[in-house]
Design a protein around this ligand. Structure first.
Ligand code: AQP
Length: 336
């Protein structure tokens, strides 16, 4: 692992799926490789679904703040906003010209999102821009949740195709990066129990959400549908609360909930209260850090400026190589 890249969209409140599936892992990687761990608030991705232009700057700032509060230390790692390094869009266009339409139309995320939103062509091109984000930095590893694995496969394909057309096998321009998944939290389920926790599905526990709001949402969340009365034995395997216990509670508690739920020794309300306390143990220090950062917003904006400066240098070098490889006339072509 020499250089790592990953991104997060500023499309809403950062949730525990983002935290456990991605950000927590990013912080650990930062401890190992420092500035070469590059994390990006992907605001150009956020506009691939209809968006409110007046809210986007705040959402981008908030996403950076939440990531910092959740463990990304900009003194160690690199954090920046995608739109601050324009080469992302330039490489995205180059890859767009080289990517078959059929590769994009079969992407699961495109199919899901095009059911929820009117289809902008940017939504179809989303994974091409994502490939540009990663390959601009020639990252070898991309830590993501399971939902992004298909996109990383396409990134590898785009790199392979580009190298084949425009470089030699001995001197490829792009590496073929690998997805790295935190297997313990690859796909955190949503509070509705109906699939992945997603910003757009209104089924989230926000990392910075107030404790009482989280509790109100957990309190009414579905459990095992067969467990109607307190005295009915439950099946933890089908209960999203048990999935959360596995993510937030220690192994003794997980074992106890597993056993007691099955013999109706613990009721759903008590099980949820216990879970709430364990979730809060994780979120409380993150929220305290977020409060500090809100009082010191320049720590966030300064981090984004220096992150973009660091990334721009790498991105410009890569684009120079790419422009030459695809045959664009250099700006200084008047010189002999
Ligand atoms: N439920 C999840 N479990 C594990 N990992 C997850 N990730 C997202 N949801 C889960 C991972 O978080 C990183 C950043 O995600 P993103 O916000 O850029 O992408 P997303 O998949 O679009 O996130 P959402 O919340 O699902 O947003 P919408 O609703 O807009 O689609 C990624 O590494 C992702 O895998």
């Amino acid at each position: 692992m020499k250089r790592v890249f990953s991104g997060i969209q500023p499309t809403g409140e950062i949730h525990i799926g983002n935290y456990l599936g991605a950000i927590r892992n990013w912080a650990k990687i930062g401890d190992q490789i420092g500035k070469e761990a590059i994390f990006c608030i992907v605001d150009y991705h956020a506009i691939t679904i209809p968006h409110d232009a007046s809210s986007l700057p705040r959402l981008t700032f908030e996403a950076a703040l939440a990531n910092m509060a959740a463990g990304l230390d900009p003194n160690k790692i690199t954090l920046f906003a995608q739109s601050h390094v324009r080469e992302h869009v330039e490489l995205g266009w180059v890859f767009t010209t080289q990517t078959p339409l059929g590769d994009l139309e079969r992407m699961t995320q495109f199919k899901d999102k095009s059911e929820q939103h009117s289809i902008l062509s940017g939504l179809l091109m989303y994974p091409v821009l994502q490939a540009a984000d990663i390959l601009l930095y020639k990252a070898d590893t991309v830590p993501v949740g399971e939902d992004q694995v298909q996109h990383i496969e396409l990134t590898r394909e785009i790199a392979r195709r580009f190298n084949y057309r425009f470089a030699s096998p001995e001197a490829p321009i792009f590496p073929e990066p690998k997805a790295s998944i935190d297997t313990g939290a690859a796909r955190v389920p949503g509070l509705d129990g109906a699939g992945k926790m997603s910003k757009s599905k209104n089924n989230t526990i926000g990392v910075l959400e107030p404790k009482d709001t989280i509790w109100q949402n957990i309190r009414v969340a579905p459990t095992d549908p067969q467990r109607i009365r307190r005295t009915d034995p439950g099946n933890p395997e089908v209960c999203v609360m048990f999935a959360y216990h596995k993510l937030f509670s220690n192994s003794d508690t997980v074992q106890m909930v597993d056993t007691e739920c099955r013999r109706a020794g613990i009721g759903c309300v008590d099980c949820k209260k216990l879970l709430m306390e364990n979730i809060w143990q994780t979120l409380e220090p993150i929220q305290a850090k977020a409060e500090y950062l809100r009082e010191h917003p320049s720590e966030v904006t300064d981090a984004l400026v220096s992150g973009a400066d660091f990334c721009r240098t790498i991105a410009q070098d890569t684009m120079q190589e790419v422009r030459q490889a695809i045959g664009l006339l250099p700006l200084d072509s008047r010189r002999p």
